[in-house]
Design a protein around this ligand. Structure first.
Ligand code: SF4
Length: 691
């Protein structure tokens, strides 16, 4: 055997083109990035380079399991696929008959980013008229902010970062979360002497590698962006001719920003006015300035406003029109790939009157919050694929409370016995991406790819597509997609979306779907009527939670601000060796991460009487967590950072970081506010924490 091509399926915008050393029909060796893919460029992250650890992990689920003891007690017995699927179908039918189909809630997210294996659950949902899911947990706040001004997905080709003289990484940490960004930044630094500026509330590994790290208080990015725009107008760097052609109300914006001075922003962000002036000057005077927008700063109640404010910067300065300049967030499936997912998701049989519930508010849903249930029944059945809500969803104590309900029947289809699976009634073993076929676009670059089955699954693992089809048969669900193979779904979806079929893509290894320069740089106009960027968004058109949102880019005091009772602002940032909770099972990732840790500013640590390595308890009205402290510089006093998502069981009391985060929906269209949390911190000298 030899290295064979496939695609990284994980929830990461890089969607790397991989080459896997297939040792035999069951085993893999090394995994590397495809050197001839112009975005991957031979580089992948360490956690996927070690994928053999995960693929051949002794804890992989290999057989269906049915709960035998009390819920959450961990007692299961082995079952055949027929017994397990018959039980699931019978319970779903019984629950639908007694409470209505809306009492069944298929629940999924991005444990794989492959379209067939990720989104096929919606075909079963639509066929059965089960409750729908508002997919808010990752990118909804970013989407709202991006669409508010820009009006369509897409943007400058991320490979153009190599042509920039300044890259501003705003609210992201690609060294840990999408390493390929750094490949293209490094090219710019080497070839052009480009500078890297990182805007992040703490010294992440990317910030540590930057020429300039700007560390505002969490939730104040809009103030920083407004001050940069103030300087642009004040000092003659605003591109008035560009705005006259491409923007809605530059005069209104200029008048509005007159009072948004660096001094004003300094009081809000905790930065100095000199820092803000210096950054603004650097940005405004560099023609090829490329803002690579991350997700982190938007995971806040005011995150959409902040995202919109950042996208205003290249509009005020006219940078969108230059090569190696503008701003890029994500290509999205409806952007350059124009996916037609009718076949995969059964969009042709969707009943638009079925209930929709916010996935970030699964705790509220499962504990009967009428704001989520509406006039429908309580949820009595869950089918979970590709996610681990007991750990990753906000307000996790309430999620656990819901999952422990005796009148809830939960099915989890998973690769490992996650903490959600432990709370299930039926656990089904799932394939990895090396064991099934799928189709991939990419948020962070422009290639579409097909991943093929490279090895046999261990034991009796089945793909998501197979399980959905098997349940459809038992439930009497009707749609052509249920009778097709995954590869036929890939082929049909490619063709319906205007691309060559699967065989052609497999032969080519990838297709570059990049838009031409004029479109990706919005020279043909932005997405709103008249082709104009909107400084004044129509927030009400984007979502229902728009009350109080500012008319123009501004700091919006909607965050969970620090108070006397909760004096610290928590950022629950992603850990480098995990991807949400994926890879928390692999020994290499666990060893490198060490243990759940709270990064504390030296002044805060001194005030709390906490030394390096001491246990500390963090809490708020939702819960408490127990971790070790590490004293860290590179962030402001009053900020605490816990990199995760560690399993709950790895924390001192077995309660993970999302016990503290809120499921409040971000404005205007929902979205999880993972980095918008006020907490108290106490030294815990007597706690017994494993080292
Ligand atoms: S960088 Fe992202 S896409 Fe690339 S291998 Fe790692 S997790 Fe996968």
């Amino acid at each position: 055997m030899a290295f064979q091509s496939t695609v990284c399926p994980h929830d990461c915008p890089s969607t790397c083109a991989l080459e896997v050393d297939v040792l035999d029909t069951h085993r893999i060796g090394a995994v590397r990035g495809a050197a001839d893919n112009t975005y991957t460029a031979g580089v992948i992250c360490a956690k996927v380079a070690r994928y053999a650890e995960r693929q051949h992990h002794p804890d992989r689920l290999t057989h269906p399991l049915i709960r035998t003891g009390p819920k959450g007690g961990g007692a299961f017995r082995r079952a055949s696929w027929d017994e397990a699927l018959d039980l699931v179908a019978a319970r779903f039918q019984d629950i639908a008959a007694r409470h209505g189909p809306a009492a069944v809630w298929p629940y999924y997210f991005a444990g794989t980013m492959g379209l067939v294996q990720r989104d096929g659950i919606n075909r079963l949902r639509h066929a059965m008229r089960y409750s729908r899911q508002h997919n808010t947990i990752c990118s909804t706040v970013c989407e709202s902010g991006w669409m508010a001004g820009v009006g369509r997905y897409g943007g400058p080709d991320p490979r153009e970062m190599a042509d920039a003289d300044l890259v501003v990484m705003w609210g992201g940490n690609p060294v840990s979360t999408q390493v390929n960004v750094m490949t293209h930044v490094t090219r710019a630094r080497k070839a052009r002497g480009a500078q890297l500026v990182v805007v992040d509330p703490y010294r992440s590994p990317t910030a540590a590698a930057a020429d300039l790290h700007i560390a505002p208080r969490p939730g104040t990015d809009a103030a920083l962006a407004c001050a940069v725009m103030h300087v642009a107008f004040r000092d003659g760097h605003a591109d008035r001719a560009y705005m006259a052609q491409y923007a809605d109300c530059p005069d209104r914006l200029e008048a509005h920003l007159r009072s948004r001075t660096p001094e004003w922003a300094a009081a809000i962000t905790g930065l100095t006015a000199a820092e803000i002036e210096s950054f603004a000057r650097l940005y405004c005077t560099t023609e090829r300035a490329f803002i690579r927008i991350g997700y982190g700063f938007a995971r806040s109640r005011n995150g959409a406003v902040a995202m919109h404010a950042v996208t205003c910067l290249p509009t005020v300065t006219g940078k969108w029109r230059h090569p190696g300049a503008g701003a890029f967030w994500n290509n999205r499936g409806t952007g350059i790939y124009h996916w037609d997912k009718t076949l995969i998701e059964g969009l042709d049989i969707r009943d638009p009157t079925t209930r929709v519930m916010d996935m970030s508010r699964i705790g509220a849903v499962l504990t009967g919050d009428p704001a989520e249930l509406g006039d429908g029944p309580p949820v009595h059945a869950l089918l979970v694929q590709n996610t681990n809500p007991a750990v990753v969803a906000p307000d996790s104590n309430r999620v656990r409370q819901g999952l422990l309900r005796d009148d809830l029947f939960t099915v989890v289809h998973e690769q490992f016995m996650t903490e959600t699976a432990q709370l299930a009634d039926v656990v089904l073993p799932a394939t990895t991406f090396l064991e099934h076929d799928d189709l991939y676009g990419a948020g962070g670059h422009t290639h579409l790819q097909v991943g093929r089955t490279l090895v046999e699954p261990p034991g009796e693992c089945r793909s998501n597509h197979e399980v959905i089809g098997a349940l459809a048969t038992r439930l009497g669900a009707q749609h052509p997609g249920f009778a097709m193979t995954a590869l036929e779904m890939v082929d049909g979806t490619l063709r319906a979306s205007g691309w060559p079929g699967a065989a052609a893509v497999i032969a080519a290894r990838w297709i570059d779907a990049a838009d031409p320069f004029a479109r990706s740089h919005f020279l043909d106009g932005f997405g709103h009527p008249g082709g104009r960027f909107r400084f004044a968004p129509d927030w009400a058109a984007i979502g229902p939670h728009h009350a109080g949102m500012p008319d123009l880019p501004d700091q919006w005091a909607a965050t969970d601000e620090a108070t006397a009772e909760h004096p610290y602002r928590l950022v629950a940032a992603p850990a480098r060796n995990f991807l949400n909770t994926t890879f928390t099972e692999t020994p290499g990732s666990r060893r490198r991460e060490g243990r759940p840790t709270a990064l504390l500013h030296p002044d805060d640590a001194a005030g709390l009487g906490v030394g390096d390595g001491d246990p500390v308890r963090l809490g708020n009205t939702r819960g408490e967590v127990l971790v070790h402290a590490r004293i860290a510089t590179g962030m402001q006093p009053g900020v605490v950072v816990v990199e995760s998502v560690w399993p709950n069981k790895d924390f001192g009391d077995g309660i993970g970081i999302n016990a503290l985060t809120s499921d409040a929906p971000a404005a205007p269209n929902g979205g999880a506010v993972f980095h918008d949390t006020a907490v108290w911190i106490k030294a815990e000298p007597t706690a017994l924490l494993a080292s």
